[in-house]
Write a protein that binds this ligand. Structure first.
Ligand code: DC
Length: 220
């Protein structure tokens, strides 16, 4: 049988890289829910929509169509993989994802993507809100210094040079906003398994989650 795997946790704990490989090893579909929040953020920023000042964003959101082509994120027909990973988006994505209208739209779309199971989705509220019945829920954590260094390297690979201090401040600020927002705050689901990735390599993280998944898949 096919299952749903929910991977939640703080920014920079390696959720996306891990989830992508876990999906590929199991022949499942990988869905990066954070990329969807980033796409909405990019949509607001690039169209100069003052999202902090508008009370009813429903109409604006109606014109914002987000989809995936493989693992690429597509906004209104245009691939925007690089555009959603800038520091400008990093600074605005947590306030945008605290907006309930944004969450309602994306959660509905995410649930549809999981209808046929066989998906690995990573984010902040996947095990608590999007798929509360997911067969496997993982909550990833890691030391702040390690998370910041991983994020610095990831930005550097894409030609963006940023100091560890600035990155750390951004991670802390996002952790704070993500965990204290009213709608779907980042919390570990009571039935999630915590995986601290501080001392693990990417391969070890992937192996660990694949073996948890396989034991559930073959048990059923
Ligand atoms: O996973 P990420 O760092 O790309 O996510 C970017 C932001 O999107 C994160 O700071 C909070 C928000 N997010 C969310 O609120 N809910 C999700 N399921 C995924 C991401």
């Amino acid at each position: 049988m096919k299952i749903v795997i929910a991977i939640d946790g703080y920014s920079g704990t390696g959720k996306s890289s891990t989830a992508k490989q876990v999906a590929s090893r199991l022949g499942y579909t990988y869905i990066d829910s954070g990329a969807m929040y980033r796409a909405v953020t990019y949509y607001f920023l690039s169209n100069n929509i003052p999202f902090k000042k508008i009370d009813d964003l429903k109409e604006m959101l109606g014109a914002c169509d987000i989809s995936f082509e493989g693992t690429s994120v597509v906004l209104n027909g245009k691939k925007i993989d690089a555009e959603i990973r800038t520091m400008e988006v990093n600074h605005n994505v947590s306030p945008v994802s605290a907006i309930s209208e944004v969450r309602a739209k994306l959660v509905e779309q995410q649930r549809k993507m999981g209808d046929n199971k066989g998906v690995v989705m990573d984010g902040r509220d996947i095990g608590t809100v999007v798929f509360p019945d997911a067969e496997l829920k993982v909550f990833m954590t890691a030391d702040m210094d390690i998370r910041a260094e991983r994020r610095r390297k990831e930005l550097e690979k894409r030609g963006i040079i940023e100091s560890l201090e600035v990155i750390k401040e951004n991670l802390k600020e996002r952790d704070h906003i993500d965990s204290t927002r009213k709608d779907s705050p980042l919390v570990m689901a009571s039935d999630a398994i915590e995986v601290d990735t501080s001392g693990l390599t990417l391969t070890q993280q992937i192996d660990k989650i694949v073996s948890m998944a396989e034991s559930i898949i073959y048990e059923n």
